[in-house]
Design a binder for this molecule. Structure first.
Ligand code: PLP
Length: 455
């Protein structure tokens, strides 16, 4: 909230923080929300105001902000053994236990896990692992990476190159060899005379034509989020993964599911690839893996890629890659607890139980004259604002409609995320029906207020 005092938390936050992904003029005038603590799905600022965080932090605080079991697991591991690495054949017992657990809950019968500190690093590492593998298999020219427009895979130089958003251009990215295919969002990118099935078939043709144009022998991998998250909670068009998977197989291109958001329950199954019924060669996990209580990313390799990367490593004696905190014992202990909490303490059940209420709330708001569509899966969804519902014409971007809606939500004690012209919701899995009513009630007020101003 705005304040003129130079000693206010808001002014101090402004003075010494280089904000990432933040609308700076807005934050300079409104002030940052400086958070002190949380309780359940709520966060509290320095003035004691509460906010229902309908984005679970950044999709990740799925067990809420004060889960005692997770806090206890962290404390217990700090008491036992507070830090170690996973280099040189030394590895913590918690890391061993977590890798066993991840393979057990993965869609793979067997495999191997590699740890990072973040989702970006996990994607970056996966690309390097593919380059490494193909090089030692005698195919060093297999380096190109296929992703999609609107994909979000992270912010390191490689994962930002995979990200299909225009802002990566402000860093002079993507690097050469990163190719972005059409976003599988039928409502926005389908042609007027095209059915959803025809749209999917067109995207599959585009994939195959791209592979043939570039040369299959130059392509190292295809990465996809089961539901695009930061692109605006975009589920795939009907049959999309069933259409692309055989093409990738035909040309020997590994298919990597980026499940940083969808992994561990967000779409109502443990994995998004289970929700959409496809079998990737590897899974990228982060965020929910520790319910946001520790920075961690994990690459879960299915049996074939695990073996091939292992063979390549043996050929040169080692896989020369790793982070100081890869497989950190405290992170692993927290992840073991988080997985237990999500799968066995009712969180996944709650996602499934509350999905109908979530869908009904979204469908109700989508009836508004200036909401073009609602989309989503499980407990992730978006409402897309439009100036004209029939033609799907967006609002003039200078009106900042979604940002204004999000600000009007914040003013009422609700956090939701503007992404392009859409408002994205991804509440924590512990949300109650009453809290969900509170979320939709406040969002409706904000939407009505802003549309009355701009429409
Ligand atoms: N992949 C996906 C699908 C994501 O949503 C994100 C972050 O939101 C990332 C990768 C990057 O993860 P991190 O922010 O931990 O680097």
């Amino acid at each position: 909230m705005p304040t003129n005092s130079p000693n206010s938390w808001e002014a101090r936050a402004d003075s010494h923080n280089l904000y990432g992904f933040t609308d700076l003029p807005t934050i300079h005038s409104r002030g940052a929300v400086v958070v002190t603590h949380g309780k359940g799905p709520y966060i509290y600022d320095t003035a004691g105001r509460s906010y229902l965080d309908a984005n679970s932090g950044l999709w990740n605080m799925v067990a809420g902000f004060d889960h005692q079991g997770l806090i206890d697991a962290a404390k217990a591991q700090y008491d036992r053994f507070p830090g170690y690495h996973a280099f040189f054949g030394r590895i913590s017992d918690q890391t061993v236990l977590l890798s066993e657990k991840l393979i057990e809950v993965s869609p793979f019968d067997s495999g191997k896990v590699f740890y990072t500190n973040s989702g970006s690093e996990a994607n970056d590492t996966m690309v390097k692992a593919l380059w490494f593998m193909f090089r030692h298999e005698g195919q060093p020219e297999r380096r190109k990476i296929l992703t999609r427009v609107n994909a979000y895979h992270g912010v390191t130089a490689v994962s930002a190159s995979m990200t299909g958003k225009p802002y990566v251009g402000t860093f002079g990215l993507p690097l050469p060899g990163f190719i972005h295919l059409t976003c599988p969002h039928y409502w926005r990118f389908g042609a007027a005379d095209e059915t959803e099935e025809q749209f999917t078939a067109r995207l599959a043709r585009e994939l195959e034509e791209t592979i043939l144009r570039e040369g299959p022998e130059t392509i190292a991998g295809f990465f996809a989020e089961p539901v695009m998250g930061a692109g605006g909670a975009i589920p795939p068009s009907k049959g999309y993964f069933q259409a692309v998977q055989p093409i990738l197989k035909k040309y020997g291109i590994p298919f990597i599911a980026d499940e940083v958001i969808t992994g561990f329950g967000r779409t109502g199954e443990v994995w998004g690839c289970q929700t959409y019924d496809f079998q990737p060669d590897a899974i990228i996990s982060s965020k929910n893996i520790t319910a946001g209580f520790f920075p961690m990313g994990a690459i879960i390799l299915g049996p074939e890629l695990a073996q091939r990367i292992q063979d390549a490593s043996e050929a040169v004696e080692e896989f020369p890659h790793g982070f100081t905190a890869s497989g950190h014992p405290v992170g692993c202990a927290i992840a073991l607890k988080a997985i237990d909490v999500i799968l066995n303490e009712g969180l996944l059940d709650n996602v499934r139980a509350l999905t109908p209420q979530f869908e009904a709330g979204m469908a109700h708001l989508a009836e508004k004259a200036n909401i073009g569509e609602w989309r989503g899966k499980g407990l992730m969804g978006a409402l897309e604002a439009v100036a004209d519902k029939d033609t799907k014409r967006p609002f003039d971007s200078s009106l900042s409609v979604s940002e204004r809606i999000a600000n009007a939500c914040t003013d009422q004690g609700l956090i939701c995320r503007p992404l392009g012209q859409s408002i994205v919701l991804a509440p924590p899995f512990i949300i109650t029906p009453a809290q969900m009513d509170e979320m939709f009630g406040k969002l409706e007020k904000a939407i009505d207020k802003v549309f009355a101003e701009v429409a």
